[in-house]
Design a protein around this ligand. Sequence first.
Ligand code: FAD
Ligand code: MLT
Ligand code: ZN
Length: 446
Amino acid sequence: MSLVDALRAVVGERQVLVDADVRAPFEVDWTRRFRGSAAAVVRPGSADEVVAVLRACAEHGAAVVPQGGNTGLVGGSVPRGGEVVLSLTRLTGLGQVDRASLQVDAGAGVTLAALQGRARAAGLDAGVDIAARDSATVGGLVACDAGGVRAVRHGTVRARVAGLEAVLADGSIVRRTSGLLKDNAGYDLPGLLVGSEGTLGVITAVRWRLVARHDARALALVPLASLAEAAELLAAVRPLLPSLDACEFFTDEGLSLVLEHLRASAPVELRAAAYVLIECAAAADPLEELAAAFEAAGVEDALIADDTTGRERLWRLREAHTEAISAAGIPHKLDVGVPIDRLAPFAAAVHEAMPPDARVILFGHLGDGNVHVNVLGPDPDDDAVDEAVLRLVAGHGGTISAEHGIGVAKAGWLHLTREPGEIAAMRAIKAALDPGGLLNPGAVLA
Ligand code: FAD
Ligand code: MLT
Ligand code: ZN
């Protein structure tokens, strides 16, 4: 039996996509930088079907690329050439919130927006937010250990995973979904699968840990003369803000591009070199706490938004960076992390290292030292740009991937951020769990 017939026998003919035009959206990533053709796109509707699909692929020696919402930014969600794309978006089961444990069971294909909706209806929150919320899936978020704008308060997605269910390359199942806070029997396999980017197993469901919902919010945009001042502001106010819920930054280059893209005018009276967006959230209005922190830090020019419309308007300036940059071209997109006190020297070094005609846009999650370096202009396939930025990150004591993952985009540079012994251990784990190298080959480990 051919591979396609074997897949059809498992999921039915309608869920195996073979026509080129139907496969097309699954074969190119969000950035348009990474693409390849798939042998087929298969869309299982249950964990049992995932097991049978992986067994069929293993029997045919066919490599598999797991895919959720396909919003990943490092090329790990699309085929490189001839793999089967395993789309998990039909796994949309979403349980009722367990109010005693503050957890909920979500299928891998549940979108972040749907999860947030379920949590909020129960008076809680998902504890994670990213601009791709309407498409990014629970499976993809866990596979990447995504970060987003609330990590400064709640940690990355790893901190939200109370347990999960996954299928390994040979079809065996790892199931740890009881949600027990204390369960240290043996190795932490769910922990190993978090951030494994589809290379160790296919996540089919997650037991998600929710957080308290804070409805009273205050948001401030602070214009500053430099990124050094941004880092200093964070250090000055952070200890005074127990309600800190987000702390983001962008620069005037990025703001100009966003305003151009949105055809909007600047809401900031004072244009500046850098901007910090600080949001506080609590049960009672946190505005007083924020104002007191600003006074202590000597902040005079903050633009405060304390109603929903004002907040949405300011958040849009930050969140629209990704789409505004993408509308201007295919960027070199490097999600990196540096110690917060290295942010300004790192940014200066990046600007210096780039070709003179390059448009360099830096923004990101200030509270996490997480910088999104975007470079427009140089050919998207010119690795010299990526190499230069990633070497600078390593030189500043940072990581070449803060939240997007390694994917295929950075697999060649893992050694800049991980010791040889660590990479050898990663290879040993990969070989043990996926001896045929069938799961997302080429991602994470080159
Ligand atoms: P996909 O893109 O489909 O896949 C991503 C990786 O996970 C691939 O390696 C894939 O093989 C693997 N994978 C997917 N599903 C599974 C599964 N069920 N089992 C095993 N492996 C799987 N990321 C952040 O961290 N923070 C942000 O603030 C952020 N903002 C974004 C804003 C925009 C506008 C966009 C387009 C992206 C943003 N991202 C951000 C990146 C992206 O949304 C995240 O990486 C997200 O976690 C990807 O989820 P997905 O379902 O789209 O996964
Ligand atoms: C963000 O923080 O907006 C994202 O991680 C997306 C990006 O880097 O473009
Ligand atoms: Zn980000």
